[in-house]
Design a protein around this ligand. Sequence first.
Ligand SMILES: Cc1cc2nc3c(=O)[nH]c(=O)nc-3n(C[C@H](O)[C@H](O)[C@H](O)COP(=O)(O)O)c2cc1C
Ligand code: SF4
Length: 285
Amino acid sequence: MKRRDMINCALCDNAPCDEACPYKLNPGEKLREIWLGGEHHAVSFLPETDACAACDALCEKACVRPGLVPIKGLITRLRNEVKPVITKEQLADESILQTDICGIPLENPFLLSSSVVGSNYDMCARAFEAGWAGVSFKTICNFDIHEASPRYSAITGGSSSIIGFKNIEQLSDHSVVENMKIFKELKRDYPNKFLMASIMGRDDEEWESLARLCEENGADAIELNFSCPNMMEGGLGSDIGQNPVFVERFTRAACRGVTIPVLAKLTPNVASMNEAAEAAKRGGA
Ligand SMILES: Cc1cc2nc3c(=O)[nH]c(=O)nc-3n(C[C@H](O)[C@H](O)[C@H](O)COP(=O)(O)O)c2cc1C
Ligand code: SF4
């Protein structure tokens, strides 16, 4: 690509084309990257789908130099002509990182753990574009979650003085319907990224139906949250992980609902995790 094509963009402050792009491709940022010599970097943040193909080039209409920058054409060339070449080179270097989880291919072994960093579309999309191979999405449940704010509590020492703070965040406070919409959008836009659904039920029926719903909406695997130590209500999260009988029972219930792999996330707050791990395997994990 020729640098002179984006000479107008080099010093564009708060580029309106970035705001205007409905697919959040940040075209102005990418064009400036190329100007500064970072074609490689600009390419690495392009999504896998060709969003520009059906777009009315709202970026060009918003540009402060109307008609001078063929933004849509440049971004399309970046994706269709530059990206394939660079991707091949990168793959040659990075293929040693490829691995799999339960037979599902991963481009590298780096996944976001289920938590506050993977609780909506934008967070996951940004992580995928930065190179993460997948995410265990923030734990989904069928009951209302009321979080404290700020989400931490004090840990006191022997003399009641504060010696530290602990996270007390619970589960996703989005509804199941909202989370399923996010799953569909992530799978549509990032079909090759690994999407694991972390779930928590209160009884057999909830474990089974939540697992089924997640598979139907695009999850590649299910993670059973038998680990959260922060639940306000008893008998959930790490309470289950400490009881092998319940671990086996609820694992079996979740497995009934799906054909995809099921993983049990166990609490380490036990003398030995072996019993719970064996119970999860018996249940089908
Ligand atoms: C703020 C916060 C929220 C979390 N939420 C969840 C959750 O919803 N589900 C879950 O299985 N684990 C949750 N976790 C636990 C993380 O997934 C992870 O297992 C834990 O932080 C240990 O990894 P680390 O040592 O890298 O922090 C949460 C952790 C933090 C700090
Ligand atoms: S395309 Fe127009 S608005 Fe966008 S960065 Fe270039 S000059 Fe600025």
